[in-house]
Design a protein around this ligand. Structure first.
Ligand SMILES: Nc1nc2c(ncn2[C@@H]2O[C@H](COP(=O)(O)OP(=O)(O)OP(=O)(O)O)[C@@H](O)[C@H]2O)c(=O)[nH]1
Length: 484
């Protein structure tokens, strides 16, 4: 009973351990997913910075630096710059950096371009110049132009020594690479981009309806969409109060939308990155379900294996603990445990009880030691006769019991008969001159559906065995007539 209780406790502990493993691995899975998700988000955002650096910041720095080191000073000082010299110089920059360069010269009201074009800055025609000229609060303006191949123009205001406005020095960069990158980000990560200038105008976007369709509109204001016109703007503003570079989840028609804002200070722009969350959420849910299912299967599998290992271990330990020292057979206590365990696994069982015939005589004739040797030899003989699944128990003294799972009366009788014959034929070698012969009487009992307890079965088999003794010994009788 105590061993049974210990076994129960062990399996309970095993169950608790499995539960803990489940909880911990579940927690680790969620953590891992969260980590993966944020890593994925990081990975998807970092190329955006590289893109901004290459496409926006680099031309801005070049335009600013050229203005500051005074490469255009001589042209700005003259009333009418030397067209050829200036264009050649601009073209040299274009070849070196791969952008368009231009100078808008206020005194002569002319614009000189690195592609060789020179044109007059006429009010009403060159809209950007007059719009930006009056915009004195920002030294740098980034605007879009050229309708066929959209360019980003970065205009840096130029001043003479007295601080008087003398024109713009700028660079122009084709945004075709930029627009291709938008496509890639949309396809790969589901991101959309909205670039907004300091007047809340959408100057560039991966969403074609938001991007200014025509070059001139970027400075004329015609057709430009305003950030507050976007449906998520109010919710975003409300939720992102007091946050410099916020990431906010807003409700959208197709599901939630993650809106992140980055401030592009050099340009005086903000970049809004929009990520639809529904597809991402589904992805996460799906992988979570797979992780959990896989985890469960693995854990259940491990539990089963562990259960069997522990079961076998307990079996071995308790069998060692419950061994008869003389014969090496199991004792009664283990016989009971074995019977109870088999009861759970099999539908029928049989027992055989056997008692050696005239054993007292052997003891009396050859001595107790010789008797012990006979007991040992006969025990080995029994063990060799039964099947692997069966158990031979030293029930007491010179009485033995076989517990035969999954065995009916007929099979039990055959086995008992085989054991009887084996003993009868046995020559038990005591010493050089003495060989002892022995016989045994057998009683069997078989039970279907494990209807009987071990005690009842043993008692019935015992009775049959005593009948066998009474009928002349060295025979097998059944205590359950219908099974014979
Ligand atoms: N050597 C030895 N003898 C034992 C051991 N256990 C019991 N015995 C002896 O077994 C004998 C059993 O004697 P009985 O009960 O009279 O049975 P029996 O002589 O076999 O007679 P039947 O059963 O009627 O055939 C006794 O002498 C016990 O001392 C043991 O471990 N070693």
């Amino acid at each position: 009973m105590a061993a049974n209780q210990n076994q129960k406790n062990l399996f309970l502990a095993l169950g608790v351990a499995v539960f803990l493993v489940l909880v911990i691995s579940g927690y680790a899975t969620i953590n891992d997913l969260a980590g993966k998700q944020s890593q994925q988000h990081q990975q998807s955002i970092s190329p955006v910075f590289a893109l901004i650096e290459n496409e926006l910041t680099e031309p801005l720095h070049i335009a600013k630096t050229l203005g500051e080191i005074g490469v255009y000073d001589q042209y700005f000082r003259s009333e009418e710059p030397d067209k050829d010299a200036l264009v050649t110089q601009l073209k040299g920059y274009q070849d070196a950096f791969g952008f368009q360069f231009y100078l808008a010269h206020d005194k002569s009201r002319k614009q000189f371009n690195s592609d060789g074009r020179v044109f007059d800055l006429i009010e009403g025609q060159i809209i950007w110049y007059f719009a930006l000229k009056d915009e004195t609060d920002s030294e740098i303006q980034a605007v879009l132009g050229q309708r066929e191949d959209v360019h980003l123009y970065i205009d840096v205001r130029q001043y003479d020594d007295d601080g008087k406005f003398i024109g713009f020095a700028g660079v122009g960069k084709s945004l075709s690479d930029f627009l291709e990158s938008f496509e890639r980000f949309r396809g790969e990560y589901g991101h959309e981009f909205v670039f907004v200038n300091n007047r809340d105008e959408i100057v560039l976007s991966s969403i074609s309806e938001l991007s200014p369709a025509q070059a001139e509109t970027a400075t004329s204001g015609i057709g430009i969409k305003q950030l507050p016109e976007l449906y998520w703007y109010d919710e975003f503003t409300e939720k992102s109060k007091d946050t410099v570079e916020p990431s906010v989840i807003v409700e959208a028609e197709e599901g939630d939308l993650l809106v992140s804002r980055l401030n592009l200070e050099n340009l005086n722009w903000s970049l809004y990155i929009l990520t639809p969350l529904n597809s991402r959420q589904q992805e996460v849910n799906q992988s979570f379900a797979i992780y959990v299912a896989l985890g469960m299967v693995l854990i259940l599998f491990a539990y089963k294996i562990l259960y069997r290992i522990v079961d076998a271990y307990i079996d071995k330990v308790s069998s060692n603990m419950n061994q008869d020292p003389l014969t090496g057979l199991s004792n009664r206590k283990y016989g009971r445990m074995f019977f109870n365990r088999m009861r759970k696994r099999n539908r029928q069982i049989a027992v055989v009880v056997t008692d050696l015939d005239h054993f007292k005589r052997i003891n009396d004739t050859y001595g107790h030691m010789a008797g012990d040797q006979v007991l040992k030899t006969i025990s080995d003989c029994f063990s060799s006769v039964v099947k692997k699944q069966d158990l031979v128990v030293r029930w007491g003294g010179e009485e033995f019991a076989f517990i035969l799972p999954d065995t009916d009366g007929e099979e039990a009788k055959e086995l008992a008969e085989a054991a009887r014959l084996a003993i009868e034929r046995l020559e038990i070698h005591i010493n050089e001159s003495v060989n002892v012969k022995a016989t045994a009487s057998f009683g069997i009992y078989a039970s279907r559906q494990y209807a009987d307890t071990l005690d009842v079965m043993i008692e019935r088999a015992d009775r049959a065995m005593y009948r066998a003794k009474a009928e002349g010994k060295n025979r097998v009788l059944s205590g359950c007539e219908q099974t014979l």
